[in-house]
Write a protein that binds this ligand. Structure first.
Ligand code: DOR
Ligand code: ZN
Length: 346
């Protein structure tokens, strides 16, 4: 077979992004807007985005931070807490302020301490979301501190997700940034109401990568990367052409000082190299013909949105990418920065 050196796909979307706010937002947004037409914006700011008014204001700040000429569209989300009001969730949805709500089990990850302590507390919210067809986006890790960090997703999938889906059989749910065989198999078995996003980094690194030659704080994210057999299962899921898996980078910038610290933050800043990394993976798996489904079609189909009109072309070969970007006096390290990607945006 001749080698493919260029591929053009429908303009993709990113179904899981952390843009932050202020100077960080202004520094990172252009990278996401350069690759993706739309993105689901995570609401874990400090304080979190819990009201429709907060979300509308945040959306305004994102639109204002777009580079000149950019038509990038942020799709906002509501941060669920123990005291979320179902009427507020519905109001924001009806007004078109937000498209989905995010469930962070309290304390599961960065800025998740305002999250939900007990799913029973949001039962009426979930019932309302089911009724109005509003997707629930789930950070799927148990917060039980006794559970080994590498098992937290599998335990969530085994113990917490099944009763949640049983109680709300019509609820649309995205299990975000899946990292395990257990999650992939569960999603397959519960499609089409259940879907999953998969990040570039979880397709490229395993848990050994976190300690290659020494501790690698910039590869630390949550859920943490798992064993190689899990990475291989994720690659099969992403590239296999199944509609229940789609692109969500979980690009999550933190200043270098917050990553290279005695207690470093979780999150990989993968926005600038996301599509290049995904394309490399699809190429390595002999599945370039399936990239468009994963990147540009499965997500809109799940969310009930049209696919984008435009297209984007990638070419084999690397373009030097920055190792880090400047944010004021600070810097944020880019995942696979330098010239390590084998594909580039043409
Ligand atoms: O690694 C992560 N970083 N995982 C998350 O769930 C949150 C994110 C962040 O906000 O930095
Ligand atoms: Zn995230």
């Amino acid at each position: 077979m001749p080698q493919t050196d260029r591929i053009t796909i429908r303009q993709p979307d990113d179904w899981h992004v952390h843009l932050r706010d202020g100077a960080m937002l202004r520094a990172v947004l252009p990278w996401t807007a350069a690759q993706f037409a739309r993105a689901i914006i995570m609401p874990n700011l400090t304080p979190p985005v819990t009201t429709a008014a907060d979300a509308a204001a945040y959306r305004g700040r994102i639109l204002a931070a777009r580079p000149p000429g950019s038509t990038f569209q942020p799709l906002m989300t509501c941060y669920l807490t123990d005291s979320t009001d179902p009427d507020e969730v519905e109001r924001g949805h009806t007004q078109g302020v937000w498209v989905a709500a995010k469930l962070y089990p309290a304390g599961a990850t960065t800025n998740a301490h305002h999250g939900v302590t007990d799913l029973n507390r949001i039962r009426t919210v979930l019932e309302r979301m089911q009724r109005i067809g509003m997707p629930l986006l789930v950070h799927g890790e148990t917060t039980d501190p006794e559970v080994d960090i590498f098992d937290r997703e599998a335990v969530f999938v085994d113990q917490i997700l099944p009763p949640l889906l049983r109680a709300h059989p019509g609820l649309k749910v995205v299990l975000e940034h899946v990292t395990t065989i257990e999650a992939v198999e569960f999603v397959r078995a519960h499609a089409p109401n259940l879907a999953a996003t998969i990040t570039p980094h979880h397709l490229l690194i395993n848990r050994t990568s976190l300690f290659q030659g020494g501790i690698r704080p910039h590869l630390y994210c949550l859920p943490i990367a798992k064993r190689e057999r899990h990475r291989l299962a994720l690659r099969k899921a992403a590239t296999g052409g199944e509609a229940c898996f789609f692109l969500g980078t979980d690009t999550a910038p933190h200043p270098v000082g917050a990553k290279e610290a005695a207690c470093g933050c979780a999150g990989c800043f993968v926005g600038p190299t996301a599509l290049q990394c995904y394309t490399q993976v699809f190429d390595e798996e002999g599945a370039l013909d399936r990239l468009e489904g994963f990147a540009s079609r499965n997500g809109p189909a799940f969310y009930g949105l049209p696919v984008n009109d435009g297209s984007i072309t990638l070419r084999r070969g690397s373009t030097p990418m920055p190792n880090a970007i400047a944010v004021g006096d600070d810097r944020v390290t880019v995942f696979r920065g330098g010239a390590e990607t084998s594909w580039s945006i043409a």
